[in-house]
Design a protein around this ligand. Structure first.
Ligand SMILES: NC(=O)c1ccc[n+]([C@@H]2O[C@H](COP(=O)([O-])OP(=O)(O)OC[C@H]3O[C@@H](n4cnc5c(N)ncnc54)[C@H](O)[C@@H]3O)[C@@H](O)[C@H]2O)c1
Length: 255
């Protein structure tokens, strides 16, 4: 019950890593705003989490790239729960593998808006509420921020931008007791991962290859990343801020 009677907004909280975060926070007794473009999936998960307990969840259908709607939704979630203790800025897209020659600027603009500007927006909109609770900002970045990824210049650039943002934000908010940290997963078994594999010639062997990239020999589950997010949102990480936590199953070792 590490998050009992405390409230969190999880963006992209219906499926994948966001779904794992919603689940873990609710299992810890939290009040979870499952914010997602897919309102139906958000409602289904929120109902399930509330029925299971011990926490509870409310679904919010929202597109994080519609910044006015996003601000309203964060405020509405804080009003619904009477407080806000954390936001997990998790929404992200991964465009199909594309060479730099075939990546037009519109691709960079779109990916930046969804992955990076939504992170800035969510952090800004949550901040007035987080100042009251001395809460935490958690950002789901990626190991591609530090390692790069072939034919993924747009994606990796947005993930690196998140890390730079978190570090500077942590400096600014530290004196107010609001912490900001990023999680850098390597490969996680989510719909995004499986959709990406489906674009390749042999999806099964691609998923097998991706699993073996970790020294643990497998991908992470969404809940494993959710547990890192919960850690970063509670006092258990009270002396961590501005960090980029490499939750990579050892993928960067022994290169
Ligand atoms: N899956 C991986 O291996 C992996 C690795 C490293 C980092 N990440 C990062 O983790 C985050 C989540 O990835 P995932 O694999 O769980 O993705 P996913 O596609 O499986 O799930 C994303 C969720 O976000 C929602 N969503 C998408 N666009 C949205 C929008 N504009 N507004 C609101 N909700 C929206 C989707 O409906 C979905 O529920 C991303 O930021 C991604 O870059 C994923």
């Amino acid at each position: 019950m590490r998050f009992e009677q405390r409230a969190v907004v999880v963006t992209g909280g219906a499926k994948g890593i966001g779904g794992g975060c919603s689940r873990v926070f609710a299992e810890a007794g939290g009040l979870v705003a499952v914010l997602d473009l897919d309102g139906r999936a958000a409602a289904e998960l929120a109902d399930e989490l509330t029925a299971t307990g011990p926490g509870s969840a409310v679904a919010f259908a929202c597109d994080v790239t519609d910044f006015a709607a996003f601000r309203e939704t964060v405020d509405e979630a804080a009003t619904t729960f009477g407080r806000l203790d954390a936001i997990v800025n998790n929404v992200g897209i991964h465009p199909p593998a594309t060479t730099i020659d075939d990546s037009d600027l519109a691709l960079f603009e779109t990916t930046m808006r969804v992955n990076f500007l939504s992170t800035v927006a969510g952090s800004k909109f949550a901040l007035p509420h987080l100042r009251r609770t001395k809460g935490a900002i958690v950002v789901v970045s990626s190991m591609t921020a530090v390692l790069g990824q072939e034919h993924s210049t747009a994606y990796a650039a947005t993930k690196a931008a998140q890390v730079g943002f978190v570090k500077s934000l942590a400096i600014e908010l530290g004196p107010e007791g609001v912490r900001a940290n990023a999680i850098l997963p390597s490969n996680v078994d989510t719909p995004l991962m499986r959709d990406w594999a489906a674009t390749l010639d042999d999806p099964d062997s691609a998923l097998d290859r991706v699993s073996k990239l970790q020294v643990l020999g497998r991908m992470a589950s969404p809940e494993e990343i959710g547990r890192v997010a919960l850690f970063l949102a509670t006092e258990e990480s009270s002396f961590l801020t501005g960090q980029a936590i490499e939750a990579d199953g050892g993928a960067a070792l022994d290169y």
